[in-house]
Design a protein around this ligand. Structure first.
Ligand code: NAD
Length: 338
């Protein structure tokens, strides 16, 4: 069985580690850490071999009583594919090392498309990643946009998309980021980078995006206006989204009228870390006016890209050539709805 390692065991890395460990067609052989913190300790407790990315820090891990399995050089010897989940910009630098060693890798949305060369979303372009060496899984916002725009494009054809994204200011654990008391146009220019990012996986889609940062840590919230090629009814859209994997419809009238309540629902689902891997679309928000479709959705930024990383690995290692089968397999192993 092919071996997968995680370089950068933070918000995304630790979640992808669990998702990979849950699959039966790939094996998690290790994770890397720089600091002997609680995440390092818990990785070892879970039975994940821990490798240190800065070999000079071995003593710190010893002092903290955290057992390591080796250094990053030992890690490279063990893996067929790396999930690089290091902070923005570091992945592209690491790519040089992976290339020298002939190791395949997925990268995250913080890296630039041009530097990695190929971007990925399970629904939009799985086949492009089959056998590929380096693939960038698009960002949490872009993944959220693709998850609903792809089925809508399949249903009615899209002439043009305009989207306004209300983005969380920081992840829940990021105590030093903000804003704490402001609404920040981010970027203050139009379009934001999200539209072009969608185009890296949905080639030719006409999309313009704007984005703001707000003082919340729970989720992103998206507002979409979609001009369609063919006329559809609200029920057609609801039926299409209901049958789309990794998308759920939620209803304000049933107590799910905010991102806080949607995350409360995720807690009640009993998911690890209360993650919501699915994109939650507010059913009441779906409307068609003068041939234009409107809807609102919520994106759990810490987790929506996790199943996409698993599908990307499966495509790169040629373990599956059918996107629907990979999506189904990943979902089943991770307990994802739909
Ligand atoms: P994070 O800071 O939570 O985790 C990064 C991990 O990498 C940390 O454990 C850190 O100690 C480690 N690290 C730092 N420098 C390293 C190095 N040189 N070598 C190895 N490990 C190193 O970051 P994150 O939020 O998980 O983001 C990782 C990537 O995922 C970024 O590209 C980001 O843009 C992208 N992403 C983040 C989110 C999100 O909401 N957090 C969503 C989607 C995509």
């Amino acid at each position: 069985m092919k071996s997968v390692g995680i370089n950068g065991y933070g918000t995304i890395g630790k979640r992808v580690a669990d998702a990979v460990a849950a699959q039966d067609d790939m094996k998690l052989v290790g994770v890397t850490k720089r600091t002997p913190d609680f995440e390092s300790k818990m990785a070892v407790e879970k039975g994940y071999p821990l490798y240190i990315s800065v070999p000079e820090r071995e003593e710190l891990f010893e002092e903290a009583g955290i057992k390591i399995s080796g250094t990053i050089e030992d890690f490279y010897d063990k893996v067929d594919v790396i999930v690089d989940a290091t902070p923005e910009g570091i992945g592209a630098k690491n790519m040089e090392t992976y290339k020298k060693l002939g190791i395949k890798s997925t990268f995250q949305g913080g890296e630039k498309h041009d530097q990695i060369g190929k971007s990925f979303n399970s629904f939009a372009n799985f086949n492009d990643a089959i056998g590929a060496d380096y693939v960038r899984v698009v960002s949490c916002n872009t993944t959220g946009l693709c998850r609903t725009l792809k089925p809508i494009n399949d249903l009615a054809g899209i002439k043009k998309v305009r989207a306004v994204m209300v983005r969380r200011g920081a992840d829940p654990g990021q105590v030093k980021k903000g804003p704490i008391n402001a609404i920040v146009p981010n970027p203050p220019t139009v379009p934001s980078h999200h539209g072009p990012d969608v185009q890296t996986v949905m080639n030719g889609l006409n999309i313009t995006t704007m984005a703001l940062l707000v003082p919340t840590t729970l989720m992103h919230q998206h507002n979409l206006m979609v001009e369609l090629e063919n006329s559809v009814t609200v029920d057609d859209v609801i039926d299409k989204l209901e049958e789309t994997p990794r998308v759920i419809l939620v209803e304000a009238s049933k107590g799910l009228g905010s991102t806080a309540e949607v995350m409360e629902y995720a807690k009640d689902l009993g998911r690890p870390r209360s993650d919501l891997f699915e994109i939650a679309v507010w059913k009441e928000s779906i409307n068609v006016v003068d041939g234009e479709l409107y809807y609102m959705q919520a994106v759990h930024q810490e987790s929506d890209v996790v199943p996409e990383n698993v599908d990307a690995i499966r495509a790169m290692l040629e373990l599956e050539d059918d996107p629907a089968r990979s999506i189904e397999k990943t979902n089943k192993a991770m307990g994802i709805l739909g």
